[in-house]
Write a new protein. Structure first.
Length: 80
């Protein structure tokens, strides 16, 4: 990554997580990356759980919390 934008990426990731599409895509990317690295490094790489906060846990938590909000927002927009 580019050092100048790495800090910006870390801070904006929390903003982008309000969108379910980002959470799903980022989770799939992190899971795939962990699996690929574990495949290349074998036993030398201690693979964390997919539910770990650094992998997909934070995104799953955000989707779990925001799902009712998005559902209500969608129903509200449909009624208007």
């Amino acid at each position: 990554s580019i050092p100048d934008t790495a800090e910006l990426d870390r801070s904006l990731k929390w903003v982008w997580r309000i969108f379910p599409g980002f959470c799903l895509g980022d989770s799939l990317l992190q899971i795939a990356t962990q699996s690929i690295v574990a495949g290349f490094l074998g036993d030398a790489f201690e693979q964390p759980s997919f539910y770990d906060t650094d992998v997909a846990g934070a995104n799953i938590r955000y989707m779990y919390i925001l799902a009712p909000i998005w559902l209500l927002l969608t129903i509200l927009v449909d009624l208007i």
